[in-house]
Design a protein around this ligand. Structure first.
Ligand SMILES: [Zn+2]
Ligand SMILES: [Zn+2]
Length: 585
C-alpha cells in the first residue's frame, strides 16, 4: 500500500468538528448493544454515512436494555457519550496508539526505507548577524518585497545594541515573528506574498490556487508596476517601530516554537497566556502524518503540552456540562455528567501510572497537570452531587412550609385588619411567591408543583373562608372576634358547588398534563392538533366523567390528584393507548 504524501491527506485528518473521528478501519467501532450482546460497525464506515452524531446517540432506552457505545479498538476502552469520544480521539494517548496501528497497517515498520524521518529542523544558519535591521538586509537585495507596512520592528527602548525583533501582522501571516533574518525570509516567502496579493485583490479567487512560482511572478509584476522592486525604491518608513522595552522583552524571550495558533490554543507555556477554554476547531491538525511520524513519544515537550491542553479542554467541557446540569441525582443527565467525570478520572489515573517519576521536565509538567485536573474533577463531582440534591431540598422545604400552614389553618380564625390575619396572609403570600418561582426540571417534581399549587389554593380558600366566618376558634393568637358586622353566610349547597368547581378544576388540569404527556410519548403518526383532540376526548370522556361520578357522594375537598390516582390513571392510559393506537414502548 502506498503512503499518501503530505498534502493529499487533507480530507482525512481527524477532526470531530467535520465528523472525522478515525482515519481508517480498525481504530474504533460503534457497538449497538442489546442485553448482553452487541453488533459492531467499524467507525470508518459509520462516519461515512453519519456526518453528524446526535447528542443522545448513546442514551439508554427506557428499559435500559439497549444502548449504543463507541469502542476504541486500539486503546481497548469504551466511550458512552459523544463528548468523551471527541476528546478521546484528540487525546495524545489515543493518537499515539492509532498511529502505531496505522504504521503497522501501512507497513512502515516493515519497510526501513520509510523509516520515520528525523524531525524537521531549521537548517543550521551560517553566522548571521541578527543585530542588523530588516531594512539593512533588504537594502542589500532587489526582490519583490511587498507588504512592509504590516511589519513591526521592536527595539529595546533606545538600546541600539540589542538585536531588533519583528512581527508581521498581515492577515493570513499568523503573526509570523522572529529576528531580522527570520523576517527577511518571511517577507520574501510566497506565503507572505500570497497574503499580500489577497488583500490587494480581495475579489480574485485565483490567488488561492497560484503555486509558488506563479505567486513570485505576480508579486514581481506588482512590484514592477508599483515601482518598488529595487532595494532603493521600497518604502522602508512604512515598517512600524515599537520601542516599548516590555514588548521587546516579551518577544525576545518567546519560546522558539511559539506560534499564533498555539498561543490562541493555550498550548505554549509562556506566562502571558491565560489557560482557558480553547476552540477545538482551530486546533492544529493532530493527525498530519508527516509531523506525527517524526514526533517522539510522550517525552517530547510539545506533545506533552498539547496533551495537557487537551486534558484541560476536556475537563473544561465537563465543567460546562455540570454547569448546564439541571436535573437531579440519578437521572439521565446526571449519569451523563458522572460518565464524563469518570472518563477523565480514569484517563488521568492511567496516565499518572505511566509517567516516569524521575523523568524529564515534560513528564513532571504532565504529572502536575494531571494531578491538578484530578482535583478539579473531584470538585466538579461534589458540585454535581450538590446540584442533584437541590430540587429534592426545595421540594422538601416547600412541603414542610405547606404542612405547617395547613396544620395552623385548623386552628386559625381571624378577621381582616387583625394581627393574626395579617401575619397569616403574609406567610401565605411568601409561600405562594416561593412556589411560583419553583420551576423544577424533573417530571416528577413538576407533578409535585401542581400538587403544591392545589394545596396552596385550598389554603387560600380556607383562609378567606375562615377570615370572614363568625365561627370562634380558640387560639392563643386570636381573641374571639367581636363587634364586626355579620357577613352573609353561604348555604352549604353553595359552598359545596364552589368546592366542586375548584377541586374538579384543579384535578382536571393535572389529568390534562398527564394525558398530553402520555399521548405525545405513545401515539405516533398524528398531527399536533389531532393529538390535542385525542387528549381532550380522553380527559373528558374517559377520565373526568368517571372520576367525578365516583366522587360525587364524597366531600369535594378530598377530590385530589394524589400520587396513587396518578399511578392508576397512568396504568390505565398505557393499556388504553396501546389497544387503541397500537403503539407503545
Ligand atoms: Zn483510543
Ligand atoms: Zn507576512
Amino acid at each position: 500500500m502506498a503512503l499518501r504524501r503530505v498534502g493529499e491527506t487533507e480530507e482525512m485528518k481527524v477532526d470531530p468538528a467535520k465528523g472525522i473521528y478515525v482515519e481508517m478501519e480498525g481504530i474504533m467501532e460503534v457497538r449497538y448493544c442489546e442485553y448482553d450482546d452487541y453488533e459492531a460497525e467499524d467507525f470508518f464506515h459509520f462516519q461515512k454515512v453519519n456526518s453528524h452524531i446526535p447528542d443522545d446517540f448513546c442514551h439508554k432506552d427506557r428499559e435500559e436494555q439497549r444502548q449504543n457505545i463507541f469502542f476504541c479498538l486500539v486503546c481497548n476502552c469504551d466511550l458512552k457519550s459523544i463528548i468523551p469520544l471527541r476528546d478521546h480521539v484528540m487525546g495524545a494517548k489515543h493518537i499515539r496508539k492509532a498511529l502505531e496501528k496505522k504504521r503497522q497497517v501501512l507497513g512502515l515498520l516493515a519497510d526501513p526505507q520509510n523509516k520515520p524521518k528525523v524531525k524537521k529542523q531549521k537548517p543550521p544558519k551560517g553566522r548571521v548577524n541578527v543585530s542588523l535591521t530588516l531594512e539593512a538586509r533588504l537594502r542589500d537585495m532587489d526582490d519583490p518585497v511587498l507588504g512592509l507596512n504590516a511589519i513591526t520592528e521592536y527595539r529595546n527602548g533606545d538600546g541600539r545594541r540589542d538585536p531588533p525583533w519583528y512581527t508581521c501582522s498581515q492577515e493570513g501571516c499568523k503573526s509570523a515573528w522572529g529576528n531580522s533574518d527570520d523576517m527577511l525570509n518571511h517577507v520574501k516567502n510566497h506565503k507572505h506574498q500570497r497574503n499580500f496579493l489577497k488583500l490587494i485583490y480581495p475579489e480574485d479567487p485565483r490567488i488561492d490556487s497560484l503555486n509558488k512560482n506563479e505567486l513570485i511572478e505576480k508579486a514581481l509584476t506588482y512590484a514592477t508596476d508599483h515601482n518598488c522592486l529595487l532595494a532603493e525604491d521600497r518604502d522602508y518608513d512604512s515598517i512600524q517601530s515599537q520601542k516599548d522595552p516590555a514588548l521587546y522583552k516579551k518577544l525576545s524571550t518567546r519560546p522558539q516554537d511559539w506560534s499564533e495558533d498555539k498561543e490562541r490554543l493555550g498550548v505554549t507555556n509562556t506566562n502571558c497566556i491565560p489557560i482557558g477554554p480553547r476552540k477545538r476547531a482551530a486546533s492544529p491538525p493532530l493527525f498530519d502524518e508527516a509531523s506525527w511520524r517524526s514526533t517522539p513519544f510522550l517525552t517530547d515537550t510539545q506533545l506533552v503540552q498539547e496533551s495537557i491542553a487537551d486534558h484541560q479542554e476536556g475537563v473544561g467541557s465537563v465543567r460546562q456540562q455540570v454547569a448546564r446540569f439541571k436535573g437531579s441525582t440519578g437521572d439521565q443527565e446526571y449519569m451523563a455528567c458522572q460518565d464524563s467525570i469518570s472518563f477523565y478520572r480514569e484517563l488521568f489515573e492511567i496516565e499518572l501510572q505511566e509517567i516516569p517519576r524521575n523523568g524529564t521536565q515534560a513528564d513532571r509538567d504532565l504529572l502536575l497537570a494531571d494531578q491538578a485536573l484530578l482535583k478539579d474533577l473531584r470538585e466538579l463531582e461534589k458540585e454535581l452531587a450538590h446540584k442533584g440534591e437541590r430540587e429534592v431540598m426545595e421540594v422538601k422545604q416547600i412541603n414542610n412550609s405547606l404542612a405547617q400552614l395547613e396544620q395552623e389553618m385548623e386552628l386559625y380564625s381571624s378577621e381582616p385588619g387583625q394581627r393574626a390575619y395579617t401575619t397569616y396572609k403574609e406567610r401565605l403570600s411568601v409561600l405562594s411567591d416561593e412556589l411560583n418561582t419553583f420551576n423544577p426540571e424533573q417530571e416528577g417534581y413538576r407533578a409535585k408543583k401542581v400538587e403544591f399549587k392545589t394545596r396552596m389554593s385550598v389554603l387560600w380558600r380556607s383562609f378567606e373562608a375562615r377570615s370572614e366566618s363568625d365561627v370562634v376558634v380558640e387560639s392563643v393568637h386570636t381573641p374571639p372576634a367581636t363587634g364586626s358586622e355579620p357577613r352573609p353566610r353561604k348555604t352549604s349547597a353553595q359552598r359545596r358547588q364552589e368546592d366542586r368547581v375548584l377541586y374538579t378544576g384543579l384535578f382536571k388540569a393535572e389529568v390534562v398534563e398527564l394525558v398530553a404527556g402520555e399521548v405525545k410519548a405513545r401515539v405516533r403518526g398524528y398531527s399536533d392538533d389531532q393529538m390535542k383532540n385525542i387528549t381532550i376526548k380522553i380527559v373528558q370522556e374517559k377520565i373526568m366523567n368517571a372520576e367525578i361520578e365516583a366522587h360525587k357522594e364524597l366531600s369535594w375537598d378530598t377530590f385530589r390528584f394524589t400520587d396513587s390516582v396518578r399511578g392508576r390513571i397512568r396504568n390505565w392510559l398505557e393499556i388504553y393507548l396501546k389497544a387503541k393506537y397500537g403503539q407503545t414502548s
